[in-house]
Design a protein around this ligand. Structure first.
Ligand code: FES
Length: 103
């Protein structure tokens, strides 16, 4: 069974807020979107922009550098980003948010 790693406390993230963390040296961003916790790669595929410093707009995060948009549930990108970002499984364990980096 795949491992889930501790990410942060549930109360650490408010609606439409993004939190940057490292899990096993992988930069991960966590956000709460309409009550759902999502976890995604914190590196823009265009030019390594820090997505956790961007803004949530609907179901997307907008890169703060050149405005590429990534869907927070599928990872799908818009130009100028050439590739999607990874989306990670999350699990709530009591007060804790757990993230599955590897399947
Ligand atoms: S670095 Fe993200 S759009 Fe350019």
């Amino acid at each position: 069974m795949p491992d889930f790693a501790y990410a942060c406390k549930l109360i650490d993230i408010q609606d439409n807020q993004i939190l940057a963390i490292d899990i096993d040296e992988t930069p991960v961003a966590l956000a709460r979107v309409e009550g759902r916790i999502v976890a995604f790669g914190d590196v823009c595929t265009h030019d390594d922009g820090p997505l956790a410093e961007g803004e949530i707009d609907g179901d997307c995060v907008v890169c703060p550098r050149h405005g590429a948009r990534f869907n927070l549930f599928t990872g799908q990108a818009t130009l100028p980003a050439p590739q999607p970002i990874p989306i990670y499984e999350t699990r709530i364990d009591g007060e804790d948010i757990m993230v599955q980096l590897h399947q």
